[in-house]
Design a protein around this ligand. Sequence first.
Ligand code: SF4
Length: 64
Amino acid sequence: MAKEPLIDREACIGCGLCADNVPNVFRMADDGKAECHDPKGAPEEEIGKNAIDVCPVACIRWKE
Ligand code: SF4
């Protein structure tokens, strides 16, 4: 089963990096924080490298 990313929205500072880098998976919600609109919208490697690894507050992780 493919891994799915999960955002800790409490911790998200709304920098927009994940949504800019992987727009098929992440987008900015009305409250100014990121949300995951399609967990399977991009390959795991891309999500890891361009979102999880670069989030400045490390609030994106793989769902258990
Ligand atoms: S990269 Fe992290 S802090 Fe920035 S918008 Fe995405 S989840 Fe929030």
